[in-house]
Ligand binder design. Structure first.
Ligand SMILES: *Cc1c(COP(=O)(O)O)cnc(C)c1O
Length: 457
């Protein structure tokens, strides 16, 4: 699709709709001439060039990429109207789109019933899940793995509940034996299983966590903010090594969070939380003297902690799902390409003389380190930092990676030969979340190998 054409169409469609309400005089105080706008916009365009090229496959760093053009056009069209999905009074059309898109997400996870909504972010979505967990299991804490997103301990603090970190195995997955022992103590009311950790892309065995938790009468929340859409690959042809069991178990858990602004091709401002039991809506009971007056139907603000939310985010997701639905043949193809890229790069890294694979990737995140010569934690840490810097600042063929700090213990569990001359090391981390990475991996590998050779001193 031609983005410029459809951005124009979006503006025209909204203007045509507006024209149906009759003409009126615009106010002089808001008027900006093209002559005044041009230099200001020029300044913005120039400042935006200070970004890293998230769109390019040579950007293989953090979880970042531009939204799909369909999402951009959907967002822009709705943003020109600027509906607020807090209430049907503020966004009747986009609230309906939100309910439809959220139902598609629930279907993707196999939830038979659900109560859910979009949020501004994965952090807020997880906060809501933990808030409901606190209400259903008052006085008891929340357990999550040491590799869980850092916001879980922060949100436990916000909610005034105890957060307990559980150790992980040599693949970065929650230690189910340790969890079992912790739950036997009775302090914990809820376990957070992470389906795709942010650092390594490791998948907690949700099915095993669920079995253990149910034995102890404990609630299970799945944080699939990053990994959730990979459920589309579970059990599909060509996904050897991806165990479908954790993904299938999500349907039996109490809540799940997924971030369409990560793997759902959306711009920022789009997380989602889904609850398996619609009755948890009672924990959101509140009265708003300003809203909820046009309809007795459910207003999304009645089941969310946030008040104002962009209706445009729902429009963008709804439109994207019309074209690339959350199905194996739709969005699943995008995720499959990124995962194939990660597996292909892992194979090259395993055979490399100058780089080594930290651990086999499960999803689309690859972690690796410079590995020739002196294999000690401090040497690897310094070389990783040099490679990161040299890659970003290269005039010719720049490459953009990220680093991950790992403890020496964790490092030596995977690579016992690494000398422990420090407490932790930065290693290199690449999220291969663009399908274009698949064709680009040989170039990426050759480029990073060259940087690793130059970083050796
Ligand atoms: C990104 C992420 C979060 C936080 O989500 P935001 O949208 O960045 O607020 C939480 N959990 C996991 C596993 C994540 O990857």
């Amino acid at each position: 699709m031609d983005l410029e054409r459809w951005l124009g169409e979006a503006a025209r469609a909204v203007r045509d709709w507006e024209a149906g309400f009759g003409g009126y005089a615009g106010h002089a105080c808001l008027q900006v001439s093209d002559e005044r706008f041009a230099p200001a916009f020029g300044e913005l365009a120039s400042r935006l060039t200070g970004n890293y090229p998230f769109f390019h496959p040579a950007y293989a760093g953090q979880m970042l990429k531009p939204p799909h053009p369909a999402a951009v056009v959907g967002y822009l069209a709705a943003m020109l109207i600027n509906p607020n999905n807090h209430a049907l009074d503020g966004g009747p059309a986009t609230a309906a789109m939100e309910k439809e898109a959220v139902s598609q997400l629930a279907g993707m996870f196999g939830l038979r019933e659900h109560l859910g909504h979009l949020t501004t972010s994965g952090t807020i979505a997880n906060l809501e899940a933990l808030y409901v967990a606190r209400e259903t299991h008052p006085g008891r804490g929340v357990a999550y793995s040491a590799e869980a997103h850092y916001t879980h301990s922060r949100m436990c603090h916000v909610l005034g509940i105890e957060g307990v970190s559980v150790g992980t195995d040599e693949a970065g997955r929650i230690d189910v034996g340790e969890l079992d022992a912790l739950l036997a103590g009775g302090r914990i009311g809820t376990v957070v299983a992470t389906a795709g950790t942010t650092g390594l892309g490791a998948i907690d065995p949700v099915h095993e966590v669920l079995a253990v938790a149910r034995r102890h009468g404990v609630r299970v929340h799945v944080d699939a903010a990053y990994g959730g859409f990979f459920t589309l690959l579970a059990g599909q042809a060509g996904t050897a090594g991806l165990d479908p069991l954790p993904w299938r178990a999500i349907a039996g858990c109490d809540s799940v969070v997924v971030d369409p602004h990560k793997h759902g091709l959306q711009p920022y401002g789009c997380g989602a939380v889904l609850f398996a039991d619609p009755a948890v809506g009672r924990f959101y009971l509140h009265d708003s003297p300003y809203t909820y007056f046009t309809s007795a139907d459910l207003h999304l603000g009645e089941i969310s902690l946030e008040c104002s939310r962009a209706g445009a985010a729902a429009a963008a997701l709804w439109l994207t799902f019309r074209l690339l639905p959350p199905s194996p043949d739709g969005l699943g193809q995008v995720l499959a390409a990124g995962r194939r890229a990660a597996l292909a790069w892992a194979a090259l890294l395993t055979d490399s003389a100058s780089l080594d694979l930290y651990q086999p990737p499960e999803l689309d995140i690859v972690c690796y380190f410079p590995a020739d010569g002196n294999r000690s934690v401090t040497v690897i840490d310094a070389a990783s930092a040099r490679i990161l810097q040299a890659g970003m600042s290269a005039a010719d063929e720049p490459v953009f990676l990220s680093t991950l700090r790992v403890s020496t213990d964790a490092f030596r569990r995977r690579h016992p030969d690494i000398a422990a001359d420090g407490a932790a090391a930065r290693i290199l981390r690449s999220v291969l979340m663009k399908p274009e990475h698949e064709a680009f991996v040989p170039r990426l590998h050759a480029r990073v190998e060259r940087l690793a050779q130059q970083a050796r001193q």
